[in-house]
Every structure is written in structure tokens, then in C-alpha cells.
Design a protein around this ligand. Sequence first.
Ligand SMILES: C[S@@+](CC[C@H](N)C(=O)[O-])C[C@H]1O[C@@H](n2cnc3c(N)ncnc32)[C@H](O)[C@@H]1O
Length: 328
Amino acid sequence: MKSRVQLAAFVKTILNAEVPVHELRPEIMAIKEILVSLADFDDRPAEGIAFGESMTDHGLAISPSNAALCVDDYVRTIQFIRGLHQAILDQDKAKVSVLYAGCGPLGVLAIPLLCYFEQGKVAFQLLDIHETSVASLNHIIKALELPDQLITVTCCDVMSYQAPKANMPDIVLLEVMQAGLRVEPQVAASRYLMAQFPQATLIPESVSIEMMLVNPQHEFGLMNDERAAHRIHLGTAFTLNKAVIDSWACLDGLQLPAEGVIIPVEVNDNDCLMEMTSITVYSGHEIEIGQSGLTSALRFDCDVMSFSGQILALAYGLSQNPGLFVLD
Ligand SMILES: C[S@@+](CC[C@H](N)C(=O)[O-])C[C@H]1O[C@@H](n2cnc3c(N)ncnc32)[C@H](O)[C@@H]1O
């Protein structure tokens, strides 16, 4: 009971829009400490951080200890909690049902909010592919005495999940991603779940990848706030949101359309392309380029000089190693 009250109090502070996000790391770390103390889970396995990860047909499922580390990316964690809270309020229903895919061993985007909301306002269905994470969460749920009607956890691959007919989610929340929507299965999983629950609100609401041409000396040699002025914006190559997912309804295969970008005629020898990710979690709760591990700038593998003055045609690959690539 004491932990529930503490979690609710930390969430209350996090939701205070007058407190800037960068001041809230202590609250996030305190939430993590409580969750880890209630979990039956080794967050520092002797075998290393990758121990227990698994490769699926649609991307890497990172290990339970690595998933727990995501909590420390506090700007991400705060904006997801704030965005999800707003989305729950906006449902304007007595009881809101949230499906949270890829919940990790701590369920950090669900459990603290569940403790904060008045009992019965929100119910969560959690799922993760790793048995260790599901067992850890069940331990936390039991320790917090959270009733089954408010939270259940299933161990399965999101790509085979079918919601019980009596419990269709109002909100679908996924955080199975990395910068550039690379490596992990966010795109495939969002598409799969939204086909099943087209009426549901998707969180994150939108993820965009912009292509920029940079001079590495400026990009890696300057301070954060000076870098932006030197980047040349070439355009948004890929967006993941409900409307775009709808537009893929008739597509088959392992490739999704992306926008090509025009490479300027004047390209210098050292110039390189970077993928810059930005995320709208929900309704103005944004994670901007460089604010989180999920939005860090990534070098895009391509010989830009050979495309100078031409269109660089791109597509998004839905393989075991998803991400943008150059079309031949
Ligand atoms: C990046 S971690 C994020 C953890 C948690 N959502 C958070 O925000 O802290 C992604 C989680 O998704 C899970 N995952 C990845 N692929 C999955 C899949 N195909 N089916 C179910 N869970 C998956 C991983 O096991 C991992 O726990």
C-alpha cells in the first residue's frame, strides 16, 4: 500500500506541466527503484546486458535487463507517461482499456499511472515476449495488490496477440523501438495491432524520420544547440501514424513505401546523411531530435557523393533487422 501511494505521488509530480521535463529525473529513478525492489528480477545479470534477448521475424526483442534500462531514458519515460495520461483523460469514458505491448519487466508506463488514477478508471492488458519480464511484472502486481480486473499480463509475441472479444482496447501503446525505427519491431507491431483495433488511439501518435545532410566536423564537433544550424534538411523520409498505417492496408511483402530525398548537387567529400527521429507521444507531448535515445541522430549508410543532384529512393524494410534502406 505504501509503495502504491509513493508511486502515485511521483506520478502527480511528473504530470505537473509547470515542472520542466529536465528536472524530473529523480522522480523517474525513484519510481524505478520502487518497481525493481518489488520485482523478482535481476536487472544486472552476470552474463551481460544482452542476456535473454531474442530475435523475432520482425525485429529484436531486447533483453529484460536492457528493457529495464529504458526507464533511465527519463525524457522518454516522462513524455510517454504524460502523453498516456492525457490520452486516457481524452477518452472521456468511465473506464478506459489500454493495451500495452512490449511492457518490459517493470511495466513503467502502466503501473505508476494505474496507482495514480482512481481505482477502476483505467485497466491495462500488458504483454511481452519474455517470460522473465512477465514473471517480474506478476511479482510487482502481487506486491502492490493490484486486482486482476485492472491489470493482466500475457507472455506472447505481439505479432500473434488477439485481444479477448470482451476487452477491446481504447488505447494501444507500444514502445518497442529504437532511433530511426531500426532494429526493434515497432512498425510491424503497430501495423498488426491497428489492423485489429482500428478505432483505438495509437501511442505514440506519430514517429517521423527526417533525412539531413551534415558535415561530420560540425555534427560531432559542435555543442548540441549549435549543430542544428549546420544541418541541411532534405525531407521527411518516413512517418508512422494511424493514417499512414491505413494507407498500407492493401500492401503485402516485406517492404513499405518511404519518401525519397533529393541530394544537393553541392556535396562535400566528407558530408554524410543522418536519420533524425522525432516523436509525438500524444497531443503535444513531444520527444524532439536528440532529447532521448529514441531520437538520437543516426548515420545513414550511403555514399552521398554518388547521388549528388539525384533522388535517393528509399523504402522501409520489415525484416528481422527493420529500418530504412536505399532502393536499387
Ligand atoms: C524497448 S523495450 C521497452 C520496455 C518498456 N515498454 C518501457 O517503455 O520501458 C521493448 C520491450 O518490448 C518487448 N518486445 C520486443 N519485441 C516483442 C514482440 N515481438 N512481442 C512482444 N514483446 C516484444 C521486449 O521484450 C522489451 O521488453
